[in-house]
Design a protein. Sequence first.
Length: 299
Amino acid sequence: MRVSSGQLNQYVLAGLSRQGDAYATLIQQMSSGNRITKPSDDPLGTVTLLGLNREQSNLDQYGKNIESTSSSLEQAESYLDSSFNVLMRVQDLVLSGNNGSATDADRLAYASELKSLRDNLVDFANAQDGDGHYLMAGSQVDQPPVVDDGSGNLIYQGDGLIRQVQVAKGVSMGANISVEGIYFDAGGSFFQDLDSYITALETPGTDMSTVGGTMTNRVSHTVDTINRSLTDVGGRISSLQSLDTARQDVSLANDKIIGEIKDLDYADAADRANQIQLALTATQKTYSQLSQLSLFDYL
């Protein structure tokens, strides 16, 4: 097979071009620190990176949702815990008020403290987060759940809906609570019974047996209900912590895989760059020498 000088030029120039492109790619990789600077560098790796980056984005969003939900629930838990402590004091005062040996003066003192405790419970039930959203109004976060109906009676104006937030793939968590089930039910309300009890204490000579029995049962029921709410909220917070730990572990594993695919091995890249440089130099030198030869060099 005969190779003309034109063909030789084409072969040599094509080889120089390939080596030059390879060298330029290595320099770009070394400059950016990335092994993959364009999809053609590693098509399979590029597809894998796209999937991993998409998953990392989802994990980041789950992390934000977990943080926001945990914050709301932890605040609600704190107010519920404070309410529980208030209710325990209410229970003590009711038992004291039911005692037949209590004087009218004693009962007036009990009534005065119960009014203050009642206001505390309402304040806790109407607690807000840093953004001004009500923590325990169900989904009605823009209005206080417990309000005066205009005639002195406290009513619930929230709802029982729990806002679900996605905190992991296929996992949602309730981000809020409702005090409706704690203080209000079909049989009336805690506050209504408490107000009736306070009125009885303030009325001299009142027989406390009936109203006292009703209030004792109501307080006991409310304490049990708030205990269940605390258990529920605490369980949600614990689950969120476990989910966040798992999320962080997956995210770290993904970061490691992304680094292995994406990051450049500088030592290997530098070695290949030197090899390409040597090859380029040798090819250029050989081509220069061959291009100067003619038939007369052999005569």
